[in-house]
Design a protein. Sequence first.
Length: 313
Amino acid sequence: MGAVQSSGKMQGAGKRKDDGVTGTGPSNGNETSLPSEQVTVNSLTDCPQQLYTQLSETKTWKENYKILSNLSGDAPKKEGHVRFVCISDTHNRHEKLKLPDGDILLHAGDFTWQGTEGEVENFCNFLKSIKDKYKHIVVIAGNHELTFDDMKGACFGLFRKKADVNRGSTLKDMLKMHCIYLEDEEIELLGFRIYGSPWQPYHRGWAFNLPRGEPLLEKWNKIPNGVDILMTHGPPLGHGDTTFMKRHVGCAELLATIQQRVKPKLNLFGHIHEGHGISTDGTTIYANAAICTLRYQPTQAPIIIDLQAKADS
C-alpha cells in the first residue's frame, strides 16, 4: 500500500441513504440486512490503554500496523484516482486555513467552539469561500457542536446565548445549504459510499457523548457493510488516539466494527488533536485530520488521501 494512495464547483447531493441497518444497500444496489459479523462489547472496553497494550503485542497488529506519510498539498494526483482533502477540529479558526484543491473535502467535526449561531454562520461563510475548489464538501458534527445534539448533555451550561440552545435543527438546515451534512447517514459521491457519525466516548457531557460499550456499539451497528469512507469524530482504539499523556483513548468497539465487519478504505476522524497523522492496518487507512493542536492553534496540515476511482463512477 502506498503512503496514502490505495486501491478510491459543488455538484448535486448524490445518493443519500439513512442509517444502514434498515435499508442501505451495498454498491450493487441489493438490500443489506443486519450486520453479518456481529461485534460484541470487549470486556476491557472501559480500559482502552490496557486493551491497546494487549492488541499491540499480537502478531496481526505487529505485522500490519504502519505509520503512513502525508502527501504535500502540491503533489500531483495519480491518474485514475479521486483526491480527498481531509480536515477536522478547526474550531472556528477557518480563516487561517490554506487548503489544497481536491475532488471532495471531508470535515470530521468540531468546526465550532460551542455550536452557536454565529459560529455556524461563520463556518458557512468559510464553506462558501472555498466551494469552487471541490466538487463536493461533506461535514459531520463533533463534541463541540453542542446545539446539534438533541440529548443536550452537561456542557449546555456553557452557553452564554441561551437562545441558541434549542436551535439545532435550524442551524443544521443553515449548514446544509453549503455542504452535505451527515449524522448517522450515508451518501454516495463519485462512486464512493461515505458514512458519517459524530459519536465518541463520554467525556464531561459534551455533544454526541455516549458511554463506552453497548451505547456506542448501538451507533456503530448502524454503519452499513460495504462503506468505502467512514467519517467518525472520535478515533478507533490504537489509531490516532494517543493523548499528550501518552494514553490511548479510542473506542474499542469502533475498531472492532471497522476491522471485523465494515472494512472501509478510509476511516477519517479527529477529536484527539495531538493524534494527528495517518496509519494503516493493511486494509483500512486511518487519518486523524485535526487541524488545531492541543493548544488550539490551527497549524496541523490537512490530510490528503488519493483513492482509486471506481470503474463505474
